[in-house]
Ligand binder design. Structure first.
Ligand code: FES
Length: 169
């Protein structure tokens, strides 16, 4: 599960109310409800907790229990681009931590933050990307980059940022 970030947005709870009413009183439907909520917003906003608690009769710890058990859930909005930073053994011994730190520094992201303030990038730490031969490895969306130095990783992100600026202008 992703960490909550400092990003704030106004959440319209109307559709969450409808989803929860459909599953009224059915505690066993909690997973399905959270899946529907994530499909709706792209993440599971903290604001929906009282609605889910009221309609399903679950506790907030039960909600957190499901959210932490399944790592597909996110508690903050996702960035337009996903950076998967490999933290597996081969990548670790080839400097993956330095790469991760440098990318976070470049994007001004705190350690408990998984999405950049401009919502362009989300960083996910993963166990192994299956490309240990070219460690250290990151993936940006579907693209794999190996044998990286921290500066190289920042360069990849910068190119992506430039491309986004180009789309704006
Ligand atoms: S440990 Fe990083 S790709 Fe396998």
């Amino acid at each position: 599960m992703a960490n909550e970030s400092s990003l704030k947005m106004n959440i319209d709870l109307t559709q969450t109310e409808q989803i929860c009413k459909f599953h009224q009183g059915r505690k066993g439907d909690l997973l399905i409800v959270l899946q529907k909520v994530q499909a709706l917003y792209g993440f599971v906003p903290r604001d929906i907790f009282p609605v889910v608690i009221r309609h399903l009769g679950v506790t907030s710890s039960e909600i957190y229990g499901v959210l932490t058990f399944y790592n597909r859930f996110h508690l903050s909005p996702r960035g337009k681009h996903t950076i998967r930073a490999c933290r597996g053994t081969a990548c670790h011994f080839n400097g993956s931590l330095e790469i991760l730190e440098k990318m976070r520094e470049h994007l001004h992201m705190a350690h408990n933050q998984d999405t950049s303030a401009n919502t362009l990038f989300s960083i996910e730490e993963v166990a192994c990307l299956g490309a240990c031969g070219i460690a250290p490895v990151i993936m940006v969306d579907e693209e794999v980059y190996g044998k990286l130095e921290p500066e190289g990783a920042v360069e990849i992100i910068s190119r992506c940022e430039e491309a986004e600026k180009g789309k704006e202008g």
